[in-house]
Design a protein around this ligand. Structure first.
Ligand code: BGC
Length: 753
């Protein structure tokens, strides 16, 4: 009887589930399935297989005969990339493809603003449409595991909760404009060293709680329509043919209904890709072209599987209306509305790291400013490989300062140090540029140094621009250290000796080693690669038109060896070998035979990256191990002080709620980013000392008090129980730590969960 009842109620449940349409963000992607199946029934096998690989470098085929347009892709994540020639990345030489350059990933994350992330996505979506693009290759949301990571500047944060919230809003912003995101790089793509072959060996709990989180939210809650499997392997298998990642987690657990598009050159086999979750090979057809047809003929693969892949691609095609060719590219890509979004993000991203003696904002009576350092004039829109933007315009820091200073203030400039241009493509210039260094660790140039000191002595205030550039931090390689390049430490010391009124602005995407610079810089600002309006925003902050309000999305370690993967000896890997990706990509492009390619792959070293630091990424490590960083995760000062009132907290079945009063005690309007961390005293499960669980950006007028509420969904407090292979909640005491930074906790409370 009991069994019968269970069966009947099970059947009833099933029936009601069948009757109700799936209204989840992913479920909605399947609304056209009936229509799609009717279309698939009319397609030849050749037409279907043509959809499984690139048509050009930035498109994959539709079916013209049936009125299905090609899928057009465009690189993001910080601006719609310049149009390339059909079969490569070289410029197509267009006039109307200058785009808005948005602040790069870590700058966006420094805003800690879900609203701005959504607006940013909106801006990207608007410009993608103007260019006739269906899919933006972004956002890039991998966790910043290594301070030296070549793509740290593209990625958002070292923290999964912050990354996930921004990834979700970026995704929504883009897709609300009728463009799909292709969220990348799925997954555990945390290093550029040997990125084409490295095996990231990470335990299941860490994978779930840290590395997959940003993808999960954007896909499950944001309905991300496409996903880019990364170049690397995860636990033995390439991401583009990783059963666990693509079939079990992405499609199985998260209910993903859209398409996966391999990273460019990141497909590795026909059977692996077909059976384990890839839809589109980018680029080339070596694996998902003719070999698929051959495999069906021999019975190794079924046409049914091809149909399923085509259905997943067509779901995206049907969800995204293609822009007619005579409408696309008739207007300049960069639009004033989007330039304004770029400025808003830049304004809220700038982080005031230090401000001794209130040296900032600049005094109202300042008459002579010495701006020193090439990073004040170098444009940052291009470089860094795929994420470069051909910007319609870019306000450099010096432009911004000059414009804001106006006629009454003299702004002097000297380059101060040589720029390191990094690896060059194409022939070396006939005459070396005297402002370029041959090596990254070349010492200070005596002539440039003397000229800079001379200006510093005459000025009321010196603003030193240091940091890196997009040849030093770039896709394709990791930095070998986080040291400031080309003698910058020597320069800033000499400037300080000449004039103690000194402000340092760091222009970089990732952290740098500040041990020498910090003692000689009364004020330090992290200025990022801040997009088209970066210089405008920076000047507004320096002159005090707005209060700085960015907070670090990653830890600035005092020294590189303090950071987790280095301290554990997990990075760098000792395996030698070139950039294997480049070799494979070249092999694909030059169409080696299958045997030749296999021979080359077999001969390659097999590098691994062990993630034995586990969950202790970034501040989780520093806090748990008691290592003091130079600047902690979440740190960022303002021109005003904020008072945090006592915390009221309650725990329900679904959420933990906290509320408190926040007061702006200063004389100007300002934003504060409030951060709620949790600790678990007495827990049996191993946890980091504390973890971020909620945050908010609060705007307050001078003197204003606001009641602020924060919510932690209980599901975010769960851990991945490896024994049960499922999410689990450990009941017990939860300590709630509210503060202005991970090392600046102002109020505490406890609840039982
Ligand atoms: C990068 C991707 C990019 C693709 C296309 C690859 O090298 O890893 O992020 O979208 O190229 O440019």
């Amino acid at each position: 009887m009991h069994k019968l009842l269970t069966f009947l109620s099970g059947a009833a449940l099933l029936l009601s589930a069948c009757a109700r349409p799936d209204t989840t963000p992913q479920g909605r992607l399947a609304v056209n399935d009936k229509k799609i199946d009717a279309v698939i029934a009319q397609m030849t096998l050749e037409e279907k297989v043509a959809m499984l690989h690139s048509k050009t470098n930035m498109s994959s085929a539709g079916v013209p005969r049936l009125g299905i347009p090609d899928m057009q892709y465009a690189d993001g994540p910080f601006g719609i990339r310049e149009e390339g020639v059909p079969n490569g990345f070289q410029s197509a030489g267009w006039q109307l493809d200058s785009a808005t350059y948005f602040p790069t990933g870590s700058a966006l994350a420094a805003t800690w603003s879900e609203d701005l992330a959504r607006l940013y996505g909106k801006g990207m979506g608007i410009e993608a449409r103007l260019r006739g693009k269906d899919v933006i290759l972004g956002p890039a949301v991998n966790i910043q595991r290594l301070p030296v990571g070549g793509r740290t500047y593209e990625y958002l944060s070292e923290d999964p909760i912050l990354s996930a919230a921004l990834a979700l809003r970026y995704t929504e912003g883009v897709q609300e404009q009728g463009t799909a995101v292709c969220i990348k790089h799925f997954a555990v793509n945390n290093q550029e060293t040997n990125r084409g072959s490295v095996d990231a060996q990470v335990d299941e709990r860490t994978l779930r709680e840290i590395y997959l989180k940003p993808f999960e939210r954007a896909i499950v809650e944001g309905g991300a329509m496409s996903v880019m499997p990364a170049y690397n392997k995860v636990n033995g298998d390439y991401c583009s043919e990783n059963e666990h990642l693509l079939n079990e987690i992405l499609r199985g657990e998260w209910g993903f209904k859209g398409m996966t598009v391999s990273d460019w050159g990141g497909t590795h086999s026909t059977m692996g890709a077909m059976l384990h979750g890839l839809n589109v090979q980018m680029t080339g057809d070596t694996y998902l072209g003719p070999p698929v047809i051959d495999s069906i003929k021999t019975g190794a693969l079924t046409e049914k599987l091809v149909d399923e892949k085509v259905r997943q691609i067509l779901r995206v095609r049907y969800a995204i209306e293609s822009v007619p060719a005579d409408v696309a590219n008739t207007k300049m890509t960069s639009q004033p509305e989007c330039q304004d979004i770029a400025r808003q993000v830049a304004e809220k991203s700038i982080v005031l790291l230090k401000n001794e003696g209130g040296i900032l904002p600049l005094a109202k009576d300042v008459k002579k400013i010495a701006v020193i350092g090439q990073n004040a004039v170098l444009k940052t829109q291009s470089g860094g490989m795929g994420a470069g933007v051909k910007a319609l315009y870019e306000v450099t820091p010096l432009d911004g300062i000059r414009k804001r200073a106006g006629d009454g203030v003299q702004v002097l400039y000297a380059p101060g140090y040589k720029n390191f241009p990094g690896r060059r493509w194409g022939p070396a210039p006939a005459k070396p540029n005297p402002l370029e260094a041959a090596a990254i660790d070349e010492g200070a140039d005596k002539k440039l140094l003397a000229e800079a000191v001379k200006l510093a002595k005459q000025a009321d205030i010196v603003i030193f621009f240091g940091g890196t550039n997009k040849s030093i931090e770039t896709e394709g390689s990791d930095r070998s250290s986080i040291d400031l390049p080309t003698g910058q430490n020597e320069v800033v010391k000499a400037l300080y000796a000449a004039n103690k009124n000194l402000v340092t602005v760091l222009i970089s995407g990732g952290p740098t080693d500040l041990r020498q610079l910090e003692p000689v810089s009364p004020a330090i600002v992290q200025g990022w690669w801040n997009g088209t309006e970066g210089g405008t925003a920076l000047a507004e902050v320096l002159f005090g038109d707005i209060a700085p309000s960015g907070k670090l999305p990653f830890t600035f370690p005092a020294k590189l060896e303090d950071s987790p993967a280095f301290a554990m000896g997990n990075f760098p890997d000792k395996t030698q070998g070139g950039d294997l990706f480049t070799l494979m990509y070249r092999a694909d492009a030059t169409r080696m035979t299958r045997e030749e390619r296999q021979k080359m792959l077999d001969a390659m070293p097999k590098p691994v990256s062990k993630y034995t630091e586990g969950q202790l990424v970034g501040y989780r490590w520093f806090d748990t191990k008691g290592v003091k960083p130079m600047y902690a995760f979440g740190h960022g000062l303002s021109y005003v002080e904020f008072a945090y009132g006592p915390l009221t907290a309650s725990a329900g079945a679904d959420a933990v709620q906290v509320s408190f009063d926040l007061t702006n005690k200063g004389q100007m309007d300002a934003d504060e980013v409030v951060q709620l961390y949790v600790a678990r005293p007495g827990a049996k499960v191993e946890w980091p000392a504390k973890e971020l669980k909620a945050f908010a950006r609060v705007t307050l007028k001078a003197g204003e008090t606001k009641a602020v509420s924060l919510t932690i969904p209980v599901k975010d407090l769960r851990y991945w129980n490896v024994d049960k292979n499922a999410w689990d909640l450990e009941h017990g005491t939860l300590q709630l730590l509210l503060g202005a930074a991970s090392d600046d906790i102002r109020q505490q409370a406890e609840v039982a969960i």
